[in-house]
Write a protein that binds this ligand. Structure first.
Ligand code: TXA
Ligand code: MG
Length: 319
């Protein structure tokens, strides 16, 4: 840990103990963190983000030993998933312990919990005697931040203190899994693919997009959107022709027919690698948003593995 990080960590700890908000780095996206045991601190998250009071928050803990303090009646399969994927981008939705505030869970009796995989935030969590609730550190409905600059863009002069951990490695949010009579169900596609989870469990699992409208309000349409209108397409040539009168920008998964040199564009990966596309996705959306375009045209990726989550995020970014 270098001296700058140590100073920043001390400041983050001080602010959080005072009931203030701090933007924290994780391996997925930056979180807007508050003391999970303080309703007053939690309210500041809802106010700053302009987040509907019906949308619950994820509790972040330092390691799996803290799980039983947050949740109860935990299915055995949840422990198995935690052992395999924590620390890491997996959120488990479980029955909440009685002392977890309804302000965290938006009046539900379940709670989302995860162990983030980032050295600074790990260090911070270990130094505190309370867990942290943290939604993504962006205005409600805006793009999730993968770099401290994105937090500043999204909140402007209302941005909180940012614990600077550089750019995040995964680039999209955690995968959320809930349980239906002890059977795991995907509530939100994220940076661990459904395929990866199924291959670990050695069986197929459901992804419940219908029910997740109710269970995970964050799954509602039109989320993660840039200010600039965005069209998602399989046929980029056609969309360019249709929109030639506009100032367009392209978001390409890989270079396509030299288009990146003819139009304002961002190329997510030189060779179409899905992990690389995922890690650049939100950063490139922020960049295109800053370019004062009329329209962003984005090309879909192959709907396989982590590509399912990438297409899902792009669909939610489209208007
Ligand atoms: O990667 C992540 O998960 C990031 C980092 C900061 O950890 N956090 C994040 O938080 O994406 P947020 O608030 O932007 O998204 C959390 C999602 C929301 O869709 C919310 O509805 C859902 O989790 N959620 C939280 N608690 C829940 C619960 N008890 N039942 C169902 N859904 C829940
Ligand atoms: Mg969010």
């Amino acid at each position: 840990m270098n001296r700058i990080s140590t100073t920043q960590l001390t400041e983050a700890k001080r602010l959080l103990e005072l009931g203030e908000l701090v933007a924290i780095p994780t391996e997925t996206v930056y979180g807007l963190a508050a003391n999970a045991f303080s309703d007053e601190a939690i309210q500041k998250i809802y106010d700053l983000k302009n987040r509907p009071a019906t949308n619950p928050l994820i509790v972040h803990i330092a390691d799996a030993t803290g799980l039983d303090l947050v949740a109860k009646n935990i299915p055995e399969i949840a422990y198995q998933l935690a052992r395999e994927f924590w620390p890491g981008p997996l959120t488990l939705v479980l029955n909440k312990q009685d002392h977890i505030s309804s302000k965290v869970t938006a009046e539900k009796n379940t709670v989302g919990v995860r162990v983030p995989d980032h050295p600074l935030t790990q260090n911070l969590l270990r130094s505190l005697d309370f867990p942290l609730v943290a939604p993504s550190a962006n205005r409600s409905n805006h793009i999730s931040p993968t770099h401290p600059d994105h937090v500043k863009i999204s909140f402007g002069d209302r941005a909180p203190f940012i614990l600077d951990g550089g750019r995040t490695s995964k680039g999209i949010e955690s995968t959320i899994i809930g349980f239906n009579a002890d059977n795991p169900v995907i509530y939100r596609h994220g940076s661990i693919s459904q395929e990866q989870i199924e291959s670990f469990l050695n069986r197929k699992i459901d992804s419940n997009t219908d029910e997740s409208e109710l269970l995970a309000p964050g799954m509602m349409k039109k989320h993660y959107a840039p200010k600039t209108p965005l069209i998602l397409t399989d046929d980029i040539n056609k969309e360019i022709t249709l929109n030639e009168h506009l100032k367009i920008g392209l978001l390409l998964p890989y270079p396509i027919n030299d288009m990146e040199n003819k139009y304002s564009s961002r190329v997510l990966s030189t060779f179409g690698d899905l992990e690389e596309i995922m890690s650049n996705l939100y950063d490139h959306l922020y960049q295109l948003e800053q370019m004062d375009l009329d329209l962003i045209i984005a090309q879909k990726v192959e709907n396989k593995g982590i590509g399912i989550a990438i297409n899902d995020k792009l669909t939610r970014a489209s208007h």
